[in-house]
Design a protein around this ligand. Structure first.
Ligand code: UT7
Length: 331
């Protein structure tokens, strides 16, 4: 597609709650071990929000950092997208709370529900709004307080997830820069594989639902595992092809940080080297929509990225949903 405007990531930010929960802490709660969690997932610890902290709180901090990094004023933000499965409440949207917190008085705002693929869905949306000429500066935020919807008696899921937020300012740029290719997809026939069954119109919350813990995360991990590797490898190849690039052209590949063995599976298929990978899931676990922007911000702040570098971002999650993008770094 030939467009008049390109869309570039011009600033990033991130925030994680202070409280650390280690695998050893989890050993005291459920029948698990540090050894099992590390070898099966690569996760050593995760961050947990306190009872007074909601998703909008950590989203706001990450977003403010991203705006400062981009040198963009709140009044110049045209749209705020918050990708999350843990909104503050069903409505109003978490994005509107962030809009209020930032005093982004000229911004439209809405939430985006695409599970762990939410940040890539957000980049795809921002790219299209900018390409159309409608908007110049868009805040794309991935933020989650998954600890609030975890069943702390279910060892299959409680060891996997953590809380955090990452944000990017996406701004108008030359068409040859910024987001070079992007693809998003879904398959709702697998909707039961990762779900929070209760709390919506299908199953409103009542005492029985709470007793059965149906308002918490349910996941069929091993089925997700296989689909995640196959799909993330395939969508990565598609966006590389669309951009006319190869894996060797990538300075960094940042996959959704859910499980080290899933990432190894993708990287083996794509032949990504360890120098090209940026991982932080050992510290944060699976932070769903926040995982990619959290890692991207860390990589940028650690000086790993230079102007002109190509990066590949790829995600997979509840829905099922997936997405990938190749981006030329402009900072
Ligand atoms: O972010 C969205 C995408 N989500 C993901 O990508 C997650 C995808 N799935 C996974 O990461 C992995 O499937 C898990 C980490 C969730 C599980 O790893 P697995 O190798 O697929 O293990 P499994 O589910 O096949 O379970 C193997 C065994 C079972 O015991 P039995 O039935 O073989 O006796 C589980 O009960 O491991 C047991 N198990 C545990 N043992 C100790 C499951 N969780 C734990 C645990 N500690 N925390």
């Amino acid at each position: 597609m030939n467009c008049k405007y390109g869309a570039a990531i011009t600033g990033t930010g991130s925030f994680v709650p202070e409280k650390i929960m280690t695998n050893f802490d989890l050993e005291k709660i459920v029948d698990t071990s540090d050894e099992w969690i590390v070898t099966r997932t690569g996760i050593s610890q995760r961050r947990i929000a306190d009872e007074n902290t909601a998703t909008s709180d950590i989203a706001t901090v990450a977003a403010a950092q991203a705006m400062e990094d981009a040198g963009v004023d709140a009044k110049d933000i045209d749209l705020i997208l918050v990708a999350t499965v843990t909104p503050d409440m069903a409505f109003p949207s978490t994005a509107c709370v962030v809009q209020k917190n930032l005093q982004a008085v000229n911004a439209a705002a809405y939430d985006l529900g695409a599970g762990c693929s939410g940040f890539i869905y957000g980049l795809a949306t921002a790219n299209s709004f900018i390409a159309s000429g409608m908007y110049k500066n868009i805040l794309v935020i991935g933020a989650e307080t998954l600890s609030k919807i975890i069943n702390w008696e279910d060892r299959n899921t409680c060891v996997l997830f953590g809380d955090g937020a990452g944000a990017a300012v996406v701004s108008r740029c030359e068409p040859s820069e910024g987001i070079l290719s992007v693809k998003i997809g879904s398959n709702g026939t697998f909707d039961r594989l990762i779900t929070q069954p209760a709390g919506g119109s299908r199953m409103p919350v009542n005492c029985e639902v709470i007793q059965q813990k149906l308002n918490t995360i349910h996941m069929e991990g091993s089925e997700v595992f296989k689909l995640a590797i196959r799909t993330m490898a395939s969508v990565s190849e598609q966006v590389l092809g669309d951009a006319g690039l190869k894996v060797d052209d990538m300075k960094l590949v940042i996959p959704h940080q859910a499980n080290k063995r899933i990432i190894d599976g993708i990287f083996n298929r794509l032949k990504v080297t360890s120098e090209q990978s940026y991982l932080n899931l050992d510290k944060y676990g699976n932070t769903s929509a926040a995982s990619i922007p959290l890692a991207l911000d860390e990589a940028a702040k650690n000086g790993v990225l230079n102007k002109g570098d190509n990066i590949l971002l790829v995600a997979f999650g509840s829905g099922l949903t997936w997405g990938a993008t190749t981006v030329k770094w402009v900072k």
